[in-house]
Ligand binder design. Structure first.
Ligand code: AMP
Ligand code: GLY
Length: 423
């Protein structure tokens, strides 16, 4: 089977790695991919927002299945583009429509959706450029911390949590009037602050039936102790120890079922992954956000725990036949520590030689910001590698990942030393 994956992160390397374990032979293509995917697939270096070029690749390589990894092409309507094109409309597709992708692409849309379907989430109000005054007044009426969310996509940077009222007002003005976050910030959701511990729940949905995938927890901040700037993700763990049976059944009943029913009731065309960011507040689950894709770095610990043929799962999702699949999971605990370029998430250098990759490691190594030049693998982004290990004990899984990290080197390598510290 000819399969095309869109994206260039460790999430997409994980897709390739898992699909290559399928009993069905595959020809894999990745747009644009990285040095890791290049070992398993043919990388095609075109921009992920160039739909016409993506179509050319689908035709040229007779692609039968398309899996869209990141949110931006989904929010921009790549699925609709494929479905509406006479020459490529029969391509099996894992990735929701442009309308469905608004669950991630517009905070206001997703909050309205939750309100409409009685899904627990923080109370909120939305403000536009012409209701700035009302927004400022609203901030004065609520108590800190103030949670300000740019409505549109902002590469994970669009959520501001601010303690000081003056700063919160300032930032609201910056978004609504001074173009901070560009068009994405011309509408702002202000919502109540929820105090608790977060987890990421994942499912596959074929338009009728859904399948719960293993859950995971990610570590977003750059510094140990979960301090400092937000990043794309510095580590992850699956399963999540505090998500016991009782809590998960609450999540199922109060969040997952009403979300699926809501998507169907609203007539939203949705086939693909759904990622629900949940916060546990006093044993009760609330939705922080929806994402219309898998998480990164969560995928790197979720996929290794799935025993099923992942390619079959993708085909059956695209075909509307998820009912035929019963998930089988591995009980081991998986831990992922992300190696990044020093300076990330602010400015950092690229092109550093990575050494030690070809030694024997007791870990799975998945690439993100890497590229191959001649025989060398060089850093090519902020997040460089995901180092994943398993054990029946979290502490041992982590130790294995840290051991692997000690044998891999590049100039100014950085990683968090405390992944899993809170569990
Ligand atoms: P989001 O992009 O909506 O997931 O927000 C990014 C991060 O901000 C989340 O993962 C949370 O850690 C935090 N966050 C978002 N909304 C809230 C909230 N209402 N209360 C507390 N923390 C929040
Ligand atoms: N790990 C969070 C995300 O993928 O958005």
């Amino acid at each position: 089977m000819n399969v095309l994956i869109i994206g260039s992160g460790a999430r997409e390397h994980a897709f390739c790695w898992k699909i290559k374990q399928s009993k069905k032979p595959t020809n894999l293509f990745v747009i644009p991919g990285n040095a890791g995917t290049a070992e398993l697939a043919k990388n095609v270096n075109i921009p992920i927002d160039d739909f016409k070029k993506i179509k050319e690749i689908i035709l040229k390589h007779k692609i039968q299945l398309l899996i869209i990894g990141p949110e931006i092409p989904l929010i921009n309507g790549l699925s609709d583009f494929v479905k509406n094109d006479n020459e490529i409309r029969n391509t099996l597709l894992v990735g929701p429509s442009k309308n469905g992708s608004r669950l991630e692409g517009s905070k206001d849309f997703s909050k309205e959706f939750m309100l409409r379907h009685n899904i627990p989430t923080a109370p909120y109000k939305t403000f536009h450029q012409d209701s700035l005054k009302e927004g400022i007044k609203y901030l004065s009426e609520i108590s800190p911390p103030y949670v300000l969310k740019a409505d549109g996509p902002a590469a994970g940077k669009g959520v501001l949590i601010i303690n000081d009222l003056f700063n919160a007002k300032e930032e609201l003005i910056n978004m609504l009037s001074n173009n901070k976050f560009g068009k994405s910030g011309h509408k702002v959701v202000i919502e109540g602050f929820l105090e608790g511990i977060e987890l990421s729940c994942f499912l596959l949905f074929d338009g009728e039936s859904y399948l719960n995938l293993p859950n995971a927890k990610d570590y977003k901040r750059i510094g140990d102790g979960d301090l400092g700037l937000n990043t794309g993700g510095m580590g992850s763990i699956s399963p999540v120890p505090f998500a016991d049976k009782e809590f998960i059944s609450k999540v199922e009943k109060k969040i997952i079922k009403p979300t699926i029913d809501g998507i169907i009731k609203d007539g939203i065309d949705y086939v693909g992954f759904l990622f629900i960011g949940i916060i546990k507040v006093d044993d009760e689950p609330y939705v922080i956000e929806y994402n219309v894709r898998m998480g990164d770095p969560e995928t790197q610990v979720v996929l290794p725990r799935i025993k099923n043929d992942f390619l079959d799962m993708m085909i059956n999702t695209a075909n509307g036949n998820l009912k035929s699949i019963t998930l089988e999971t591995e009980e081991s605990i998986y831990a992922n520590v992300v190696m990044v370029s020093g300076g990330y998430p602010q400015s950092y250098e690229k092109g550093k030689k990575i050494i030690g990759l070809d030694q024997n490691h007791d870990s799975i190594i998945l690439h993100a910001g890497t590229k191959k030049e001649g025989n060398q693998i060089l850093t090519n982004g902020g997040r460089v590698l995901s180092i994943i290990s398993k054990s029946s004990e979290l502490s041992i899984a982590l130790k294995k990942s840290y051991n692997t990290i000690s044998s891999i080197d590049f100039d100014k390598k950085y990683y968090r030393k405390d992944i899993g510290f809170d569990l």
